[in-house]
Write a protein that binds this ligand. Sequence first.
Ligand code: HEC
Length: 147
Amino acid sequence: MTISIGRGALFAAAALTSLSIASNLSAHGDVTPQAVDTSALPDIEGGNDNWLSENPYTGNAKAIEIGESAYGQNCARCHGLQAISGGIAPDLRYLEPGASGDEWFVERFRHGSSHDGKVYMPPFGDVLGQKAGWAIRAWLETKYTDE
Ligand code: HEC
């Protein structure tokens, strides 16, 4: 009996949390992934069947421009405008620069994050593709801070 009350309370808490996240999300706009036009960027050999672990577009001005817009349409509603988090998701300005940050970035971008059957961040790898992912990362690198 005690156990079932405990579980009920947990589920209620989880439902409340997802409700408040959902209303935050709609306040920031559309939740459907927005396609990103990456045709101006160099192709990555193997496309989405061959994910790199380091950003091929670091410092590429065109990638940074595309990445900024792609971020605004797909990530800002959770991670905040200009990558400044409002608190519902991590502040991506603090993502480590360089190869280890790249690896962690692409892992989350591709697969998202779920715990106990609840989706905290949806996967983007298949919907936006590798070129868009690295373009976003290229833009985020320009926002990096360690303060
Ligand atoms: C529905 C909300 C949501 C959206 C949309 C979203 N994220 Fe996330 N993201 C999260 C949450 C929540 C976490 C933390 C997950 C965890 O710790 O398990 C996270 C974690 C991350 C991390 C790891 C950060 C760290 O410090 O460990 C990266 C990188 C990331 N997201 C990138 C992106 C990118 C790029 C986009 C857009 C293409 C995006 N996210 C869209 C909610 C979101």
